[in-house]
Every structure is written in C-alpha cells, then in structure tokens.
Design a protein around this ligand. Sequence first.
Ligand code: ZN
Length: 192
Amino acid sequence: MNEKERGREVKTDFVKLAPSILAADFARLGEQVAEAEQAGADRIHIDVMDGHFVPNLSMGAPIVQSLRRVTCLPLEIHLMISDPDFFLEEFVEAGSDLFLVHWEGNGNLHRTVQRIKALGKRAGVVINPATPAAVLEEILQDLEQVLVMTVNPGLGHQHFLPTTLQKIRRVRHMIEQIKPGSDLEVDGGIDS
Ligand code: ZN
C-alpha cells in the first residue's frame, strides 16, 4: 500500500459521516466535496442509479474518476443498479474504495461480494426499509459494512422512516454476534 492509498484507508473506530454527493450542487461538485472533506467528512458516498432498479438516474464511473482527483477521502459507491457485477471493475479503475450492493434483486449476492473482495475493495450489503434484518445472517461474515436504508432508495430529500429504528438495533446485535468490527451505516433522511 503506498502513501496515497494509506490516506484512503477506511477508519473503523468511531461514528463516521459519509455525505452523499446527491445533496451537492452538481455544477460545483468538486468544490463541494473539497468543502465536505475540510469540514470533517470521513468518506464520500456516491449514489449510482440506473433508472431501472430505482426510478431515477444519477451518475456513473466518470464522476468517480473526477472526484478521485479532488479528494483523498475514501469513495464509497452505493450501487442502486440491476447488474452491479458488470460495473465493478469500471468503478474500481475510476478510484472507488468501497462498494455497497443491495440484497434486493440480486440472485447471487455471495458472488457479487466475492467479486468485490477479489478486486481488493471493501464490501457492504444494503437492505431496503421493507427487507428484514434476517436476510443478512448468512452473508454478514463476508462483509465490512451493512447499510440499512432509512428511506426507500431512489430519491434525495426524503423523510427518515422511524420504523427502521428497530431494525437498526437488530442489525447492530447481529453484527456483534457474527462479525464484530463491521460498520453499520444508515442512509436517507438523516439530519442533525
Ligand atoms: Zn446511498
């Protein structure tokens, strides 16, 4: 690992903030990511949507490539797309550090997770609001991260769903039992 890569190591021992670029002014994206870094963000969250898996289109690997030049922070890629396996290499080449892939709609999640690890990157699995925590049981030991959606994926600026709080508690308990040290992340409608 060279010095530049070491700077991008994902820290694991405290509460972390991963601002989503979906909330940025895209005309000033580089500037705003630099501002987030200076303000103490721990990593940058990039929401990738294909207009099929979720009813919205966002950005692809070229954005990651551009952001890689303006920040030393780890770039975490939340893939809300139908065939994540097809795009992993492209995103790795662009400079991604961590992939978050959905449990929903993935016929072979274990294979996707192993592909991410074979590319030398951290792997996380995402579950939607209506998906029970129990689906994580068999895959959790292979993960560095779990992401519990606190809104339905696909659109920014939604309200936090309080019904997800119980599930967050259950997932934390499962992580402690099965893979202590994995990160638990929440995404959607999070404010102060
Ligand atoms: Zn996200």
